[in-house]
Design a protein around this ligand. Sequence first.
Ligand code: C2E
Ligand code: CA
Ligand code: CA
Length: 767
Amino acid sequence: MKVTSKSILKYFTSLVPLSFVLASVLLQNQYWSNSLLPINALVAMGILLYCYVKTKYINFLILSISSFAWGVGEIYWAFLEMNQIDASTDILVCSIYFITNLCLLLSFFMFTYQHSSKWNSVQLYLDSFFIGTMSILLVWIAFFNKDLIIIREMLGSGVTSMLSIIFDMILAIGVLSWLFSIRSGKVAFHDKVIFFGILLFCFIDILFYYTDFHNVYFSNSLIDFCYILSLQVIAFGVLYKVDLKKRSAYSSTTVTNIGSTNAWLYLFIFPLAVFYLKISAIEVSIKTTDILLFVILIFLYRVASKYVQLSIQNESLLLKERQMNELLEKRVEEQVAELSLLVNRDTLTPLYNRSYFYLCVDKTIGSYSPNDTLAIMIIDIDRFKTINDSFGHDMGDKVLIALSNRLLEWNQYGAVISRLSGDECAILIAGSYTKKKIQRLCTDLIRLCSEPITFGEIVINVSVSIGVALYSKEVNNRKTFMKHADIAMYRAKSLGYNKHQFYNPLFDEDFNRNSKIELLLKQIDVEKDFELYYQPQFSIPDMTLIGAEALIRWNHPIHGSIPPNIFIPIAEEVNRIIVIGKWVIQETLKQTQAWNQRYQNNLKIGFNVSVRQFIDHGFISFLKTSLDEAGINAEWLDAELTESVMITDGNKASVILKQMNKLGLTISIDDFGAGYSSLSYLNKYHFDRIKIDKSLIDQVSYDNVSGVNVVKAAISMAKAVGIKVLAEGVETQEQLKILTSLGCDEMQGYLLGRPVPADVFEKVYLE
Ligand code: C2E
Ligand code: CA
Ligand code: CA
């Protein structure tokens, strides 16, 4: 208990007025008593009011009212006495005093109610019942002599006094029961003080009525002092409590009535008291059965209380068990969730895996309603193998993870996103989406994926192709549903990169054909199955033959001619392009050497190099040995590379390009203007020529100014860095005229010559 010197002083000074009351009462000074008694009651009221203001505890306000009522009662009593009126029978004065009883009881009930959460009410009722019964029995035996006469007489003296006595009894029994009921914890000092004050009040009040009833009471006696003392004790108890709280030294008392105690032994005071009364031979008739009655009651109480405590214990055990069970269940649930998460997750990316995706598709199909749109989008990274080959597999993994994260960020639609395999992801989306909305989602996804991915110095540009399949009753099962998305994706790929396609039954044929081609490519014999065609190239404006482009042809004995723009992308996918590419180079070298020697020419023959071939480890050394073996002038050769070469690892491309330059052959950028990448590479690397893509040349005509301007810009850009320009796919005289006026250096196109077999080329253009 921490008490500072300041607070000691405070409590001490507060005792001064009280000691004056004691003095005036002992000295029987009516004047001082009459004035000091109410003043002290009002001091108690003041203290309690202060405590209420500080804490806003309604209990304190009620206690304060109780002191106030008492103070007012005292003043009124003094007033009546001064006017020679018998105050003890005045109904008003009794009523005012009764307010004090009422407030004390109310405050006590509120106190117990506020503490009730940790209390067992059954036990409290039980305790109260037995203490109450025994107390009333004791009073009945000791004071009333088991006779109703006194009660009747007391009732005659006024209802308020009778009520006051009853309230006093209830309050005293209540406080004692509450204290008696405590089985664990310690009652705080200030609470003890307050309870002491209350019990003192009850005792004095009953004493007052007793003395008044027997006409031995005189006003301003020690009884009056004790009344004031009890009120001040309560006030100081409360003040001390608030004081502690202010200094944060207050620890809220956590007493409860759960647990075991030997307090029940106190109950023997009752039979002992009766026994004492019996032997001290006061004129009360007490029988041995009276004592026995108490003993029986104590026994009954003991049994009942044991039973209650046992059931409390069981209840708390059950509660604990339930809590344990709940905890266990939660843990198990968490672990199951964690496990299923692991089982459903992809091993590399934060996406779901294929089997979980299948599960979701099956489930969604099962609950499909025709009002909903159910779509699968298959996203495939274009030329992912190239990324793996040029940057290494670790980087490929990083790209996959980065893209996966973007997909997850995009997903505000509750879609299921999973990685099906390698570079292929699938999205399952369900809801009320229109086809237009899904189209927008696709373009969003394409845009999102084509944003450059940077890892420190390295910048990687990827593009994706998306195939979309919509579910309908005819689709019927997951396998077909997925296949449709797959077919659509292949279709999107064949349209070039960064495209999306919705499934159309017409695609099935293409898809089947592509699958067939894939198979056929695995069985090819390059020497036998392929042939090179040559398309002439001319200089502008004099239209002299300067060279040709070698273009591969695949004439399958059963399936007929298979166009290169169909089978080349597939050959790239299934990694057959290296063998095919090597054969093209060797064949071109042979033919160029033959023609230029035979016709004493300086024709430059171009051959196409696919990206996978370009970044292949053996590419440069193969090129070098081929050139050496053929003993050919390297300047007669031109390698056609597409922009996508530059999109992959810039450093690696730069090294290979330099090595190619060293070998002496020239390099052209094929399909210039068809791509989407920045043109900054034109300054960065050394090229000899750009080949403007046919799609740009198609736009060249007198009535398409912007089309002409685009080509014009491309030409001036090339001129600015000092490289030649060849126009591809020139089909009309008009185009040729315009290109001539724009200063284009060379041309190739159906207008002046289609790709033809070597012997035809020789006959038509060389002989
Ligand atoms: P490319 O490199 O852009 O080749 C030019 C394509 O345009 C050729 O189609 C050619 O026949 C066509 N062409 C030329 N002038 C005209 C014209 O005036 N009008 C029209 N409509 N078309 C014209 P081809 O031979 O079908 O080749 C298609 C693509 O296949 C080539 O496009 C090239 O990317 C690829 N390719 C062809 N041969 C090889 C090869 O040996 N290796 C590799 N890696 N790819 C090849
Ligand atoms: Ca080409
Ligand atoms: Ca081209």
